[in-house]
Design a protein around this ligand. Structure first.
Ligand SMILES: [Zn+2]
Length: 307
């Protein structure tokens, strides 16, 4: 018997041993998939998720996780959507699906196809700069500046973007990237619906967000009321935010319920766990989520029970 949920930590595994070694040696050589160079990663800070800085471009672990998934899905974007029946069994197709799409070894953001249209909800730091330099006009970056602005408005050279009600046309984006943004929005269901609207068929929302390993339902920590005030259900929790000194309030911590919400919307959803020391991706919490807009959506398929 094996418990597959709660997610188990690989405490005694080789991966965990590699993490501990990396922490002890403090510097680990590798290849940065954001600046595309051989580099050294700073592995001396505990809490790998937000650290493991590349000494060349300053990129962090979590950004490289998203970059890795973006490259894999960009190279697989023309493939047919997954057939549900492939999830069953243990043949090569099933193993390939479990592993998910992969990208070429030692590839970086600079190897992404230049014709993909990408929206990223951050306007600073290494990953943003690398995407902007490579994709040019096909890259749109925004911050959530102020709720009084409309999505798409520009203030002091920075575009305001609202993932709950964005300004993009239907079926217009190949990829939408949100790195630790989803937990800060009061109405995730609106963002799920809007992301489905704006992504092209086959397009993906690739994102990170704090994700519980031990429960099924999302934890609602706060609610935005109709009058604009916030009702706290739990101790308020703020994350650092370049746009506001007080930080950004966390409204939800997610769990598999989020995957259900996205699947009901029509997305094919993946919860990916990464570990790739070569690319400076360490730790037991390297979780990236992918919601891929497929057609027809999962709810309209009846493949599993045909077998
Ligand atoms: Zn780098």
């Amino acid at each position: 018997m094996e418990t597959i949920w709660p997610l188990t930590e690989s405490r005694n595994s080789v991966k965990s041993l590699i993490d501990r070694l990396a922490y002890q040696v403090k510097r680990t050589p590798g290849f940065c998939n954001i600046c595309g160079r051989l580099t050294v990663f700073k592995t001396h800070v505990a809490g790998f998720r937000e650290h493991v800085e590349c000494i060349r471009c300053g990129s962090r672990n979590r950004q490289r996780q998203i970059a890795s998934v973006l490259m894999a899905y960009a190279s697989a974007r023309n493939q047919q959507p997954t057939d549900l029946v492939d999830y069953l069994g243990s043949g090569p197709a099933s193993r390939r699906l479990r592993r998910g799409p992969t990208h070429t070894r030692m590839a970086s953001v600079k190897d992404l196809p230049k014709d993909i249209v990408v929206w990223n909800t951050e306007t600073t730091r290494a990953f943003h700069l690398s995407l902007m330099n490579h994709l040019g006009q096909n890259y749109i970056s925004t911050e959530f500046i102020d709720p009084s602005l409309s999505s798409g408005e520009v203030l002091n050279g920075v575009m305001h973007g609202d993932i709950q009600s964005s300004h993009f046309a239907d079926d217009s984006l190949d990829f939408m990237i949100t790195g630790d943004v989803f937990e800060h929005i009061p109405f995730p269901e609106k963002a799920i619906s809007d992301s489905y609207r704006i992504l092209k068929p086959g397009g993906c929302h690739i994102f990170t967000a704090p994700f519980y390993h031990h429960r099924f339902t999302n934890e609602r920590r706060a609610t935005l009321q109709d009058d604009g005030t916030v009702e706290e259900h739990m101790k308020p929790w703020f994350h650092d935010d370049p746009m506001r000194a007080e930080g950004a309030l966390v409204f939800n911590i997610f769990a598999p319920e989020l995957l259900c919400m996205m699947e009901k919307q029509g997305f094919e959803v993946r919860l990916l766990k990464l570990h790739s020391p070569l690319y400076g991706i360490f730790g037991q919490n390297a979780i990236v989520l992918v919601a891929r807009k497929i057609s027809p959506d999962l709810s309209k398929r009846d493949a599993v029970f045909m077998n």
